[in-house]
Design a protein around this ligand. Structure first.
Ligand SMILES: NC(=O)c1ccc[n+]([C@@H]2O[C@H](COP(=O)([O-])OP(=O)(O)OC[C@H]3O[C@@H](n4cnc5c(N)ncnc54)[C@H](O)[C@@H]3O)[C@@H](O)[C@H]2O)c1
Length: 246
């Protein structure tokens, strides 16, 4: 129960890594605001969190839309009274090689990953500063460090999240607000499971553990980073990749 009575926002918590993070944090004692634009998966995770005896707010929001995010945070403050933890996890990929990347895909990917992350941080931080307490986790990716063929928009946006994380960590350090990036490797979530086997096999072959990771293995690391056990960590890039990026 490292997060007893903490109030957390997890974006994209309907499935995959976000779902596991929300469940893990609820098991550790936190009340969770699930920010998820897919109502069906959102309702499901809400039931699972409430079954653990924690409160859960379900907010159907597109994180790339600033007005929706502001309303969402106002609602969370209205019900929970404060926000201790923000996990910026919502995201999607629009694969494309350099010459085939379309402007609309670039904009959409930057919208969810970079604008979405910035929107949530800007909306939440005034309440964290008020308490001189806060934990922010931004989901980047190993591809944000390595780059990846035919992943121009996604890799660039995930690299941008690293710059955003460090800049925000520098600005907010004086308020004792921890801001860290988590970089998953190849994690078996519903979306990633659809990847063609030949591509999956290439990644697995290059991963020292010779397997994909499970969403719970990312959630366990996030739960540590948002706990007070990680109180002196900020601006860190924490890879959870089975060694893929060595
Ligand atoms: N799975 C991996 O191998 C992997 C690797 C590296 C990084 N990541 C990152 O981890 C995060 C989670 O990945 P995942 O594989 O669990 O993804 P996923 O597609 O399984 O789940 C993402 C969730 O975010 C929600 N979402 C997407 N856009 C949204 C928006 N604009 N507003 C609100 N909700 C939105 C989706 O509905 C979905 O429930 C993402 O940021 C992803 O880029 C994943």
């Amino acid at each position: 129960m490292r997060l007893r009575d903490k109030k957390a926002i997890v974006t994209g918590a309907g499935q995959g890594i976000g779902r596991s993070i929300a469940l893990k944090m609820a098991q550790e004692g936190a009340d969770i605001a699930v920010v998820e634009w897919n109502r069906d998966t959102g309702v499901q995770i809400q039931k699972e969190i409430e079954a653990l005896g924690r409160r859960c707010l379900l907010l159907g929001v597109n994180v790339a839309e600033r007005r929706q995010v502001d309303q969402m945070v106002a609602e969370v403050i209205g019900v929970f009274g404060r926000v201790d933890i923000l996990v910026n996890n919502a995201g999607f990929d629009r694969p494309g090689s350099l010459l085939k990347t379309k402007e609309e895909d670039w904009d959409a990917v930057f919208g969810v990953h970079l604008t979405g992350t910035l929107n949530c941080i800007q909306a939440v931080v005034p309440y964290m500063i008020e308490k001189s307490y806060g934990k922010i986790i931004n989901l980047s990716s190993v591809w944000g460090k390595r780059g990846a063929v035919s992943e121009i928009s996604y890799s660039t946006a995930k690299a941008g999240i690293l710059g955003l994380t460090k800049s925000v960590a520098r600005e907010l350090g004086r308020y004792q607000i921890n801001v860290n990036a988590v970089l998953p490797g190849f994690i078996l979530t519903p979306t990633v499971s659809k990847m063609a086997e030949k591509y999956r096999n290439i990644i697995i072959e290059n991963t020292p553990f010779k397997r994909a990771g499970q969403p719970e293995e990312v959630a366990n690391v996030v739960a540590f980073l948002v706990s007070d056990e990680a109180s002196f960590m900020t601006g860190a890039e924490v890879e959870v990749s089975g060694g893929w990026n060595m």
